[in-house]
Design a protein around this ligand. Structure first.
Ligand code: ZN
Length: 354
């Protein structure tokens, strides 16, 4: 009996200390199409020297299926990760009955936290869109463009100028619309800008040519968010968007390059969190892509090392569990096997209450 009481007291003490801990900032990094085998491939390519994934302080797994399909697309999984609600494939920030879901960024803005989005694809794409847009179809790019300009996002860095030009009928009108919305546009990542609201449109659509881009953009976004709201903290979402495309194309070497780019951004986030005691870093994927498997170069794997081969099972998405890696403050809050929507709901709860 005494032991039971002591154990309960210890649990309560742990809960108390956990609740007392302030999580001011969340950096949420999403590898689009980064299944567990994509991470395993990087471990092999790194000769098992620990990668940033090996350095996680806690890990969990999540189930990515959507409301209407065991294999999700990036819109439904993005909505779950951003809002805590599963929805049908192709729907963005919206439930099947048309109800709008509230995203992590919208909750953060209500709490006067600064918010940011950094991607390698266009800002109107499914994963970033899930954090600010509400449309029945992820392909409504012109509507999504409008919704971005109407959003409370403080800094958005990626591609997507082409969709603004389409929506506003030409470049000059697009520039006007961006200006009227209160955003300052930059078109080179190295441009200095002291505006509070920045939109960096670095390409018509995806950002194809970019050495070290994602780490640089992540650094820039963190600096901006720290500057605009030092007191209430921030929520930043960073997407390694093109890991997915390399999976669709069954291109292992290309996916390794995209993964390295993403891992550099994770390094930036983890280094930032390590210098403080108020920042949670969450790294996950929206789904696997390509059905990547890692097999021995010789079917008789009882032999010594025969090399490994990367094989792909599909040019579409896959339905396996995807990993969650946690760093910084509050890593003990996220554990075990969860729904993608549970992870989104948990992060919203943290932003709403801490
Ligand atoms: Zn995809």
């Amino acid at each position: 009996m005494r032991r039971v009481i002591i154990t309960i007291a210890a649990i309560v003490a742990t809960m108390f200390s956990t609740e007392a801990q302030e999580i001011k900032n969340i950096i949420y990094l999403i590898g689009d199409g980064m299944g567990l085998t994509s991470v395993s491939m990087m471990m092999i390519e790194n000769n098992y020297t620990p990668t940033i994934f090996d350095k996680a302080e806690n890990i969990a797994l999540q189930k990515s299926y959507s409301l209407d399909n065991r294999v999700t697309d990036s819109a439904a999984s993005g909505t779950a990760l951003a809002s805590g609600h599963k929805t049908n494939n192709t729907m963005l920030g919206m439930l099947p009955d048309g109800t709008h879901t509230e995203s992590l960024m919208e909750v953060a803005a209500k709490r006067n936290k600064a918010t940011g989005i950094v991607v390698t694809t266009y800002l109107q794409h499914a994963t970033p869109g899930a954090f600010y847009a509400h449309v029945a179809s992820r392909h409504e790019y012109t509507t999504i463009s409008e919704q971005l300009l109407a959003s409370d996002i403080d800094i958005a860095i990626g591609g997507g100028m082409a969709f603004f030009e389409e929506r506003y009928d030409g470049r000059n009108n697009a520039l006007n619309a961006i200006h009227t919305s209160g955003y300052t546009l930059i078109e080179d990542i190295n441009d200095e800008c002291d505006s509070d609201r920045i939109i960096a449109l670095l390409a018509p659509k995806e950002i194809e040519s970019r050495t070290g881009y994602l780490a640089t953009a992540t650094t820039k976004a963190i600096e901006h968010l720290d500057r605009v709201d030092d007191e209430n903290g921030f929520v930043l979402m960073v997407e390694g968007s093109l890991i997915d495309g390399m999976g669709h194309g069954n291109n292992a070497v290309g996916q390794q390059a995209e993964m390295r780019d993403f891992m550099e951004a994770v390094e930036v986030a983890v280094a930032y969190a390590a210098k403080r005691d108020d920042t949670l870093v969450v790294v996950t994927a929206d789904h696997g892509t390509g059905g990547l498997t890692i097999i021995s170069g010789n079917a008789d794997f009882n032999l010594s090392e025969q090399g490994v081969e990367y094989h792909w099972a599909t040019t579409g998405h896959s339905g396996e569990l995807v990993p969650i890696y946690l760093y910084g403050t509050g890593t003990e809050l996220i554990n075990g096997i969860m729904e993608n929507s549970e992870l989104g709901a948990m992060l919203k709860e943290i932003v709403a209450t801490r």
